[in-house]
Design a protein around this ligand. Sequence first.
Ligand code: ADP
Ligand code: MG
Length: 245
Amino acid sequence: MKLEIKDLHVDVEGVEILKGISLTFESGKVQALMGPNGSGKSTLAQAIMGHPKYKITQGQIILDGKEITHEKADVRARAGLFLSFQYPVEIPGVTIGSFLRTAVNLRREKPHSVMEFHALLKQKMQDLRMDPSFTRRYLNDGFSGGEKKRTEILQLLLLQPHFAFLDETDSGLDIDSIKIVAEGINQVRKKNNMGIVLITHYNRFLEYIRPDHVSILSKGEIVASGGAELAEQIEREGFERVVTA
Ligand code: ADP
Ligand code: MG
């Protein structure tokens, strides 16, 4: 399966932020999207997901041969696109377990029963080495950075989207959490043939998840693309040299 972005122009509050982005994402591949702060990485992810604030003024988004440029966000989510942190930061009164079951069942024709879902959840949580009591806690209420990120990956393992955009999933994680999160990502990539788009500043994360492609964004345009070695070059030389070269 392919997700094609063709000459995408995006405005935020009347200002053009993305100035003609063309990229192709493929199932089973990891694509890293890097670039200095404010270069438009999150804008690209939001525009692809259909956030109403990010207005597509030109270009196309094509998923599996079907144009979805102007579809609503929920249609895109059901078609298999996923962006990390799609939910509000804290929802007091909603437990992780019930939130995840609702999110997963929204995407299924035949909803999981409570028991079925719990068996599935238990297994995925073991994979991420999460404490089973975690499911009874309220969503993100007093979670540490690492717990929030693991919840994000848990959601990914359960939802099994076709394409997942992980926006700075590695920021604020210690090295052990990075390894576990990376392991989770590598697992879904292989098992479910998921396409993964890693938005990241750091090559450190990419040491554990080797990207198939790396694209560098600067001021709303793709300024360089290559393989994993491009991420290594940025680690050594910084964005400046690559961006101005
Ligand atoms: P990155 O994720 O690469 O750091 P962003 O996509 O967040 O970059 O931001 C790109 C530019 O778009 C910045 O100049 C930012 O100020 C602007 N921008 C992004 N989102 C919004 C928004 N919701 N409202 C106003 N400006 C925004
Ligand atoms: Mg960002």
